[in-house]
Design a protein around this ligand. Structure first.
Ligand SMILES: *Cc1c(COP(=O)(O)O)cnc(C)c1O
Length: 383
């Protein structure tokens, strides 16, 4: 069947659901708080959040208040946590829509406490400890001071105590061991001083699937729920890719040897070649470098075809000389399965010298998201 879309991503919501169950089995009783930042890593936050709600997850992690609001406006009413930090201009939205946030300083704690009191609401905060990421978070020696400041603000609710690991190797890395030790001792210090502790959460996908112990009270998997994990982490995990990426052939032509293709003539045919043009480019999230490395591939009629020449804004070209009977309108697969062949987001990332996170996050808004099973339109989602 000829597709109505120039380029589309198929999102298998049941695969996401099964990945969630897989994470749940690994989590040994810890709560799963799925991470849906960056539009659910490019998969579409609202449909993914609806699956999370159906599966009764207790909380969702987002990247900023605009992502949280998008979910609220779509009828998602469960607790939402802005995982990183906010700028002051985001505070009114947090208060109005009951969105929780990570805090990193006493001054932010006081200003949030005052504003929440003025607004007449209780705002949930999670104290983030910097145990070795070096980006956000309170240094361990200042943790107790900030924790005390939180409990002294009547309008703040101390919901969580968290840190974030930097290693993509999870528990296989000594850096993670060091971070975890700092985290646990900071938690112990707070528990001794204040008599209690809120929900402890530290593990991302790499930590969860590499067998980190103890896991704490909740885990925050992102990439793994979309079916992507570094192979070194664990070979036996039955995670399934959620997203596949497709386009269709819009033009086919035969060129003689010695013909330059694409911007700056970065590729020249060395034999008579049959080329196909695909209506997908870097504006759609196909990395520019994929055309330069010579390692970019696309599946057509079950066969691998190299991307040739530079990827341009709206188009790229592939060599289909070896594919019989290719015709205009044929489906081409950039991520996903076709016949016996399969290309993953990790394959594309490797060929473009980047990481799989960047591949799915950067899928452009022109790429039509097609959900299976189909979901109601956003207007029907609002309850
Ligand atoms: C993005 C993020 C996660 C999820 O990380 P993955 O590697 O995708 O599992 C967890 N915690 C925080 C604070 C994050 O920012």
């Amino acid at each position: 069947m000829i597709s109505a879309h120039r380029a589309w991503a198929e999102i298998d919501l049941n695969a996401f659901r099964r990945n969630l169950l897989c994470a749940r089995q690994r989590a040994q009783g810890a709560q799963i708080w799925p991470v849906l930042k960056a539009n659910a890593y490019g998969h579409g936050a609202v449909p993914i959040a609806r699956v999370c709600a159906e599966e009764k997850v207790p909380r969702i992690g987002v990247g900023d208040s605009s992502e949280a609001l998008q979910l609220r406006y779509s009828g998602v009413s469960m607790p939402l946590l802005v995982l990183g930090t906010i700028i002051d201009a985001e505070i009114p939205d947090l208060l109005h829509h009951r969105i929780e946030v990570g805090v990193h300083s006493e001054s932010r704690v006081h200003s949030l406490g005052q504003l929440a009191a003025q607004h007449g609401t209780q705002l949930g905060v999670h104290l983030k400890v910097d145990t070795g990421m070096g980006r956000l978070g309170v240094r361990p020696e200042a943790v107790l001071r900030v924790a005390r400041a939180i409990v002294e603000e009547p309008a703040l609710e101390f919901c969580g105590f968290m840190t974030h690991f930097s290693s993509s190797q999870g528990a296989h890395s000594q850096h993670t061991d060091g971070q975890q030790a700092l985290f646990l001792s900071a938690a112990e210090e707070v528990r001794e001083a204040l008599g209690s502790l809120p929900t402890l959460h530290c593990a991302n996908s790499a930590a969860l699937f590499s067998g980190l112990r103890p896991l704490g009270d909740a885990v925050r998997p992102g990439i793994s729920l979309y079916g992507i994990l570094p192979r070194e982490i664990c070979r036996e995990v039955p995670l399934e890719p959620v997203l596949s990426l497709h386009t269709q052939l819009v033009f086919i032509k035969d060129i003689p040897a010695g013909t330059a293709v694409g911007y700056d003539a970065r590729w020249t045919s060395h034999r008579p070649t049959r080329l196909a043009t695909l209506p997908i480019g870097y504006n759609d999230g196909i990395p520019f470098r994929l055309g330069l490395s010579g390692r970019g591939q696309v599946l057509l009629r079950g066969q691998r075809c190299p991307i040739v020449g530079a990827v341009s804004m709206d188009y790229c070209t592939i060599d289909i000389t070896h594919v019989h009977n290719a015709s205009i309108g044929d489906k081409a697969t950039l991520i996903g399965q076709d016949g016996c062949n399969m290309l993953t987001a990790a394959d594309m990332a490797q060929a473009a010298d980047t990481i799989p996170y960047e591949i799915t996050c950067r899928l452009g808004s022109r790429v039509q998201r097609v959900y299976r099973p189909t979901t109601p339109s956003p207007s029907q989602v609002v309850s």
